[in-house]
Design a protein around this ligand. Sequence first.
Ligand code: F6P
Length: 411
Amino acid sequence: MQLKDKIYKGKTIAILSGGGDTPAINSSIEKIRNRALILGFRVYGVRQGWKGLLGEGDIVDLSNQPYNGVYGGTALFSSRTNPFSTDKDAEDRVPQIIRNIKRYKIDVLITIGGDDTNGAAKRLYEQKGIPVIGFPKTIDNDLKTNTIHSYKGKEIEAVLCPGFPSAALRVSKMTRHLRSTNESHRRVMVVEVMGRDAGWLTGSALFGGSELALIPEYEMTEERKERFFEKVKHRYNEKKNLIIAVSEGVRWWDDVSKQLSMVYASSETDEYGHKRFGGVSGVIASEISNRLNIPARSQISGYYPRSGFCCEYDRQLTSALADKVLDLLIRQDYGRMPTMSEILPMEQLEEYNTTSVDMGSIGNQHLPSIYFDEKEFVFTDAYVSFLSNILGAPYLPTFGYSFKKVDPDTL
Ligand code: F6P
């Protein structure tokens, strides 16, 4: 078919990505772009999130370019720019955004982001009538996607966001690799994982051999902390090594100030009011050493899970969701975000298993209580069933030797 005959010839979509990057954003851009081009849309990229729609605009043409969606991050760059006025900055940038949408003749804006980016997009749609379609993205996996996990006759409201599968794979591998050094030194290793408000990603360390976990959903009060130390002692003594996974956003009882505290990497806040976490694993490891007299170390996984190539599961997931974007575009069903209706193994990530949610109802979603046993500080079999769809079965190699001790009296 010639371009002139295509239905959407002369129409333009613009894609932007905002917030923290993930290994699946380029894949999302590539898949949305390729599908939109088939229909005849011109496809633009807005650089640096909402920032690219301010001032004179920073817009690039993605229409006839090669685009490598396997390489992680976002070739459109990202920022945490908030288009609306904030406590820090009273300036309302919405008029600039509307002006640029008109100047660049953008018909529909596709916003790849989490709660902040898609929440702002929804406001633009509702308050200013800008046609928007959201696209989920976060390694924290805490964006409401209404994805059902069927487990032992129950329907659990789970979440599945592109970026999480690649990050979960990386956290599980990193934890698995840490086992050898940890076993060698007979230590406790406290592995810190991103996740400000939810423990979805922290659970993936279990697939690499972490045995206990602390997540933001359960504040580590004085009483919980005592119980936790008992578990650590018990688990460590079983085999003289132990990996504990903790979310960066865990609230931890401070024995000196006698209150719950959070550990921040910096005092800065971004335009959506978030502070940067980092370091709680060090505090926990040093308390384990001091109180239990067990050698303990901490390891912050930091940006590593967010980096690198897009995994196969995410490639397939972004394909299915991009198919749904097309459906929303064709039906001009704006203010919505495509999601998977069920958590499924990779082979079943197809458009017929997608649905869409109102971007106004996205919000943050904590880990369902059925996924975590807060008395034992462990992720449950229900969580393992959820994550197995993405990672397969946990793989836990170990030295596997059982040497016979030499008794000098028998020589
Ligand atoms: O986007 C979510 C996230 O990855 C969080 O897990 C983490 O707290 C935050 O981003 C870090 O953001 P930044 O890139 O601004 O340091």
